[in-house]
Design a protein around this ligand. Structure first.
Ligand SMILES: NC(=O)c1ccc[n+]([C@@H]2O[C@H](COP(=O)([O-])OP(=O)(O)OC[C@H]3O[C@@H](n4cnc5c(N)ncnc54)[C@H](O)[C@@H]3O)[C@@H](O)[C@H]2O)c1
Length: 345
């Protein structure tokens, strides 16, 4: 278990949290609510929109079948959701608070200060922000040391990743506590030791997104071609190996080192609009050493076998879902989705 020393004595153990407050219950906040309910927590939610409770309960109800298929925690129930009339009622007795209000810096600053005032001082508060740093959001809070970013991916009840990072005024214990808590709540956590706009995942995603927009703007590729290049191509591999391990295998037995030495010069070819970094010896060594760590002693043959099994598993899973959908569509007497060529195993 990670070090969470320094937490106030009243702070629950990360694995002992019972009640989570969700402030803001739209696409992401509602997704968090569904996730926490499915993991067996009591959830108290607050959202100022007049129809928020109906939208939230609809979202949870529509996510529940998938969550049930995935496996609910013991005692998990949609009935353990309380929608409160005020922010203070939501957070007053929570062991953890997840903020998911609209992405506006003025709103985040004042809302986090309000949450900070209303929530017990020993409780950690996570923000779902997609891009603001906690340093810029925590400036009006009286107890900024317990405020962290806990950045999810949509939908938070299915995508495992949460990126956790503190701001300049956040104390280390809060970052460690939040990381442990999210893990205990069934998430895969990246704990970052420095602030980075967009965190890690969004920067990777944004690079691909910008290139896609450039290609469409220039008439170089269609939306359909771009999406297919991902779903029938690298997307299948990225679900389990990521871009670095994928390129390690592109280097054959020579791995990442050979890959960089061989293809390094082409980094300067204008393949994308993003300017490539200089492939210095330091960058090369950092990539090779980082890849060695991820490879953790597996041979190229072993990695290839693992890759192929996982790729087949993903392709079979997609083919199964597509076959189910086609059967459902036939049963309804409508046309099925004929675009299934990408998923056949
Ligand atoms: N949509 C995504 O894919 C995604 C992914 C990761 C993180 N995020 C982040 O999650 C946060 C929420 O985004 P979203 O996509 O759920 O937006 P959304 O518009 O779907 O939901 C925002 C909710 O906040 C409520 N709200 C408005 N003012 C509020 C206030 N003062 N206090 C509390 N709630 C308030 C709104 O009524 C609405 O229900 C943002 O910070 C966003 O950057 C979004």
């Amino acid at each position: 278990m990670a070090e969470t020393n320094g937490a106030p004595a009243a702070t629950a153990a990360p694995g002992g949290v019972r009640t989570v407050a969700c402030v803001g219950a739209g696409v992401i906040g509602g997704g968090w609510v569904a996730h926490f309910l499915a993991r067996g927590y009591d959830v108290r939610a607050w959202d100022p929109a007049p129809d928020a409770e109906r939208r939230l309960r609809d979202l949870v109800a529509s996510a529940w079948p998938a969550l049930t298929r995935l496996g609910l925690a013991e005692g998990a129930s949609m009935d353990r959701l309380t929608v409160t009339g005020t922010l203070a009622e939501a957070v007053a007795e929570a062991d953890f608070v997840q903020e998911s209000a609209p992405e506006r810096i003025d709103l985040k600053i004042s809302l986090l200060a309000e949450i900070d005032e209303a929530a017990p001082g020993h409780v950690v508060v996570g923000s779902s922000t997609s891009g603001y740093s906690m340093s810029e959001m925590q400036v009006k809070a009286a107890r900024p040391e317990r405020l962290v970013v806990g950045h999810p991916f949509n939908p938070p009840y299915l995508v495992p990743l949460v990126e956790v990072v503190g701001g300049e005024s956040t104390e280390r214990w809060a970052v460690e506590w939040a990381s442990e808590f999210y893990r205990a709540a069934g998430k895969q956590v990246i704990t970052m030791d420095r602030e980075l706009p967009g965190f890690i995942g969004n920067r990777i995603q944004e690079a691909a997104w910008r290139e896609a927009l450039h290609m469409v703007a220039e008439g170089e590729a269609t939306v359909e071609q771009i999406d297919r290049s991902m779903t029938a191509g690298m997307g299948l591999r990225w679900a389990f190996f990521g871009p670095c391990l994928t390129f390690h295998l592109a280097g054959g037995e020579g791995g990442m080192a050979h890959m960089l030495d061989h293809f390094g010069p082409s980094l300067k070819a204008p393949w994308t609009r993003l300017e490539a970094p200089e492939l210095t010896a330091g960058l090369r060594d950092a990539m090779v050493a980082g890849t060695d760590e991820v490879v953790a002693g597996r041979s190229t043959a072993e990695l290839i076998e693992q890759r192929d099994r996982r790729m087949i598993a993903v392709m079979r899973a997609l083919a199964e879902v597509e076959a189910e959908e086609a059967a459902e569509a036939r049963a309804r007497g409508t046309e099925g989705n004929e675009d299934t060529e990408g998923g056949g195993a």
